[in-house]
Design a protein around this ligand. Structure first.
Ligand code: FMN
Length: 176
């Protein structure tokens, strides 16, 4: 069987993003015979408007999604919603259906007690519109994230367990 390949997409552009750290930690928890990459260049994707041709960064994103067996999105919440950069990137995939039937895991981490629940709910709606393959276990909200990370990796045991569960659920969705 072909090696399972997972694509990670971070909704944060910050170099020391907590959401990107969570993605990297999740990647390290995947089975050793799988491969994991984080998409680079979300900020190079220009504003979506119907009818515009794909530019190279858009094509790179679509190809990366299409070549992955599953996609993990981990995003902060901005003003109770999904960061515009991430929503813009997802809008580019509507017409070409790159995420249609694609198994996904969706995570939102926040330094607040709310854990980015608004962004998570909004992103799940978008991913439903895009036809992704997911179930009730596909979403994870991580509250008070800063206390769960030490020296650039997730060290909180409970959160590591939740990330392992996300990996297992995603692999099950891929298998099914
Ligand atoms: C403009 C702005 C708006 C924000 N709005 C929210 C919000 O609505 N809810 C929330 O939980 N955190 C909010 N935050 C805090 C972010 O969750 C926090 O900066 C987080 O660390 C960003 O994720 P990152 O570390 O992956 O970059 C906001 C931050 C900024 C800069």
């Amino acid at each position: 069987m072909k090696r399972i390949h997972i694509l990670g997409i971070s909704g944060s552009l910050r170099p020391d993003s907590t959401n990107t750290i969570i993605l990297k930690t999740l990647g390290s928890l995947l089975p050793s015979d799988s491969t994991f990459e984080i998409f680079e260049g979300l900020d190079e994707i220009h504003h979506f408007s119907p009818g515009l041709d794909d530019t190279s960064p858009v094509t790179r994103l679509k190809t990366a999604i299409s070549q992955a067996h599953g996609v993990v999105i981990c995003t902060p919440e901005y003003a109770f919603g999904v960061p515009g950069t991430l929503k813009n990137a997802l809008d580019w995939t509507v017409g070409t259906g790159n995420l249609n039937d694609k198994p996904v895991a969706v995570i939102s981490a926040s330094p607040l007690n709310s854990g980015g629940n608004n962004a998570l709910a909004s992103l799940l709606l978008t991913l439903t519109a895009l036809g992704t393959r997911k179930n009730e276990a596909s979403a994870l909200s991580i509250a008070n994230v800063k206390g769960k990370i030490t020296d650039g990796v997730v060290t909180d045991a409970h959160t590591l367990g939740e990330l392992r569960a996300q990996c297992a659920n995603l692999l099950a969705l891929i298998g099914g």
